[in-house]
Design a protein around this ligand. Sequence first.
Ligand SMILES: O=C(O)c1cc(C(=O)O)c2c(n1)C(=O)C(=O)c1cc(C(=O)O)[nH]c1-2
Length: 255
Amino acid sequence: MTTTTPDSALLTHRHGTDGDPGPWSADELERRLRALAAGRYHDRHPFNQRMHRGRLAPAELRTWVANRFYYQCNIPVKDALILSKLPLPAQRRSWLRRIQDHDGHTDGDGGIERWLQLGEAVGLRRAELLDQRHLLPGVRLAVDGYVNFCRNAGVLQAVASSLTELCAPSIMLTRLETFPVHYPWIKSAGLSYFRGRVPQGRRDGSEALGWVRDWARTSEQQEQALAALSFKCDVLWSLLDSVQGAAGRQDHRSA
Ligand SMILES: O=C(O)c1cc(C(=O)O)c2c(n1)C(=O)C(=O)c1cc(C(=O)O)[nH]c1-2
């Protein structure tokens, strides 16, 4: 079992007077959101670290790809829930792009299709991903937890929970650099999901950050935004804890 770095100081510590600390400036809120994400992001998880150092066996990579598929499938679902909470046409138009990025405009494109191609490149048949036969209970719980969070939370918290995307482009670039070196058996075409997410993640992360800066004006709202991001870091971390646990059991069987 691995744990995330506790960072309750980021959630609570304020400089103020007379017991009424007052809200942070938008820049200070952004600094705290970025610091929280940088300290708790799943690029620090031992499973991702092993992946990026080329230490995963093909079966472990397949377990990760098959399980992450459930996350991929649910991203547009949670984005539809968020879209339904956005009050303005321009905001909904903009958020709609995220759903299209994953679902595509036709059957043959979009992020979910590209993840299926990644699956094929690591040796998984499409049917194996689509029928969820490899889905681990802990991964289902973590992803369903994220979707339900976005269903039940207010729009500020739901949008703030997507802010892990501030860190996602860099993890995509790490995979694009390290996979060809460490896993040359994976065809380059299979990595197109990661290529596509670099500009998409940058665009989405900065849009969501701008909205959160704008909306989180009170101390309570700012703390809600930080707590939402903290929760999302836990979702990603738990997902990898489950995948790592299953990979350990695979090792045990083959030992
Ligand atoms: O592979 C990753 O490490 C990673 C992380 C994240 C993230 O940080 O939430 C996302 C993605 N990938 C991703 O591909 C993606 O489409 C995505 C959408 C979101 C979101 O919360 O809206 N996060 C992520």
